[in-house]
Design a binder for this molecule. Structure first.
Ligand code: ADP
Ligand code: F6P
Ligand code: MG
Length: 324
């Protein structure tokens, strides 16, 4: 029976990670285990940066964005040497199981530990929503609401000045945040990495909005699109594209990641992490805890590692129809 576990947060921070840390600590203590936090994700793991967590050490964090444990990108951990170093540190500390809260890269790392024989359970967390094994991941809802607030505000000033805006949102190579922000924000156009949109086609959307007598045109551009927002603006300028509207560019960037988690992400983080310690208690290792068909469930890391989740083509079609 397990007595000592550890938890880390890895990859881009996501609002709701703290709720997940808190739930791992408190449910773990509830099972009578000693619970340790690892600082700075895999970076702290390979360097043996553990700290013991008590119930008070996670007090007052559920409403905070970011992660109190810190997060990092750790190239060393991508090597087998780095992974073996991490396992040596875990063994030295007497840790018997590890919870990895993070996105697709982090869960690929968790899978590597699992393959080397270390007991690990993943918790689905990334604002990008590109992780296979969870319909929605911790942080997506809050990041989406931040993008929407920005789009709503940009629409106000765009209408006042009769301008077009290219609004770039995060998501790495996945268009989920851009697609959903575009639909919920009532954008005139959306450009995604998954479907190549030629700059001429974006210019056409803006010009048609102008000709239809609209007061603004909002184009949501995913950062991973072949032409991101600054590249589109440059293309329009170089090719003297006639847009009707004057153009402005806003890149939301990391603003999207740093918000206070909303109710949805606090609850998702809490529930997924509670499920993770339940898996450890049951000895069910090498799995990712995620939301499947609206319920909390698990997917083997063998299926999750190295994969990304696809966009729903029906939503893309709906977005195209709505942008009139
Ligand atoms: P996310 O988990 O949000 O997708 P990253 O892709 O940056 O974020 O991954 C976070 C960390 O996970 C990386 O810095 C690295 O330490 C580890 N990682 C990513 N990919 C792999 C891999 N293929 N094998 C082992 N570890 C990986
Ligand atoms: O994975 C989350 C994310 O915010 C992506 O949307 C973005 O591409 C990336 O992280 C940015 O990484 P960094 O925080 O290292 O600049
Ligand atoms: Mg990722």
């Amino acid at each position: 029976m397990v007595k000592r576990i550890a938890v880390l947060t890895s990859g881009g921070d996501a609002p709701g990670m703290n709720a997940a840390i808190r739930a791992v600590v408190r449910t773990g203590l509830g099972y009578g285990w000693d619970v340790f936090g690892v600082e700075r994700g895999y970076s702290g793991l390979v360097n043996g940066e553990f700290r013991e967590m008590g119930p008070r050490s996670v007090g007052g964090i559920i409403q905070q964005g970011g992660t109190v444990l810190g997060s990092a990108r750790c190239p060393e951990f991508k090597t087998e040497e780095g992974q073996r170093r991490a396992i040596r540190e875990l063994n030295q500390e007497g840790i018997e199981a590890l919870v990895v809260i993070g996105g697709n890269g982090s869960q690929t790392g968790a899978h590597a530990l699992h393959k080397l024989g270390f007991p690990v359970v993943g918790v689905a967390s990334t604002i990008d929503n590109d992780l296979y094994g969870s319909q929605i991941t911790i942080g997506v809802d809050t990041a989406l609401n931040i993008a929407l607030e920005a789009i709503d505000r940009l629409k106000v000033t765009a209408s006042s000045h009769e301008r077009a805006f290219l609004v770039e949102v995060m998501g790495r190579n996945c268009g989920y945040l851009a697609l959903m922000a575009g639909i919920a924000g009532g954008a005139e156009g959306i450009s995604l990495p998954e479907f190549e949109t030629r700059p001429e086609a974006v210019a056409d959307v803006i010009e048609k909005a102008y000709e239809r007598g609209k007061k603004h045109a909002i184009i949501v551009v995913a950062e991973g699109a072949k032409y991101d927002a600054p590249a589109l603006a440059q293309y329009f300028q170089e090719h003297n594209e006639q847009l009707g509207f004057a153009l402005r560019v806003t890149t939301l960037g990391h603003v999207q990641r740093g918000g206070m988690p909303g109710a949805f992400d606090r609850l998702l983080g809490t529930r997924l992490a509670g499920h993770a310690t339940k898996q450890i208690h049951a000895g069910n290792y090498g799995v990712l805890c995620g939301q499947i068909d609206g319920k909390i469930g698990t997917t083997p890391l063998d299926e999750v590692a190295g994969r990304t989740k696809e966009l729903d083509p029906d939503l893309v079609e709906l977005a195209n129809v709505l942008a009139k």
